[in-house]
Design a protein around this ligand. Sequence first.
Ligand code: TYM
Length: 328
Amino acid sequence: MKKRVFSGIKPSGDIHLGNYLGAIRNWVTAQEEHDSIYCIVDLHSITVAQDPKELKRNIRELTAIYFAAGIDEKKSTVFVQSHVSAHSELAWILNCFIPMGWMERMTQFKDKAQKNKKRVSVGLFDYPALMAADILLYDTDYVPVGEDQKQHVELTRDTAELMNSRFGKDLFKVPTPVIPKTGARIMGLDDPLKKMAKSDDKPNRSVYLLDSPDTIRKKIMRATTDSLTEIRFDKERHGVNNLLTIYQLCSGKTAKEIEAHFAGKQYSDLKRELAEVVVEELRPVQQKAKDLLNHPDHLESLLKTGAEKAEEIAQATLKRVQERIGLG
Ligand code: TYM
């Protein structure tokens, strides 16, 4: 039996290089070996304010990006979270068991609530229960995510163990987070102490996947570095380290090869070369995504098939849980 992989991205704004290098690219590799399910988690998007038309557009754009980046509908299941109602139903059940104290420890909630004081909804607080439902519905073995999602996957594990101890060991499979060694936390270009993010009001923070080559070049040339000159991997030099990490992931070269290549060169050389490897990495993805977006019926039919496949697995798990806890 193949191991199962599940992961997802929120369609809450423009998808960036961090999402791509920290998550999507690793999913493409995972589908070769594992039974893979990738979700467009739109129900998570409404935990913060969203414009309805934009949300709908972002869902299609993210779907196109998944396929354009190499997710293959023959190898993986791709679907929209709200198309499979079992996600909301299991989330409610989990809500009734997850202790408040576990949720209160979630650092992402604290950060987001801080930024969004006027609109902190119950849904934002409860976000990790829905994420746990996403993962547990599919008897998931591995959850490939960036570093910022590790705490949520750990809460999912704790939830599975809690429920299993009450309702039987085989109720839920306990999933394992898979965090990449390189690229788990791509930092902002303008401020390398903050992570690259989707919905930031800082236009030079993130390279978005569908940015034009010229925009990518401009953003990278403006990236914050430091007042030193030597180009080498050093975690204490956040800006340069981040640029070198992106270079490493896009060029496929080793750290040693990269340091030797840039020995004696200047930051402007690093930025110029980095911009070109990023542009070349994204060029085919952008082209395929545009093609797919020009064929909306085809995209819809891919999503319909994905939802049907997901629904079958999700309903079986939901039924098992309902029976075990005495509902109905
Ligand atoms: P989201 O949409 O914020 O991010 C999607 C994926 O991209 C990773 N990521 C990054 N990786 C490296 N550097 C960065 N700067 C960076 N920013 C984001 C994230 O870690 C994530 O892997 N809650 C999730 C979505 C979700 C989910 C799930 C994930 C909902 N249900 C079930 C896995 C399994 C989220 O908001 O990701």
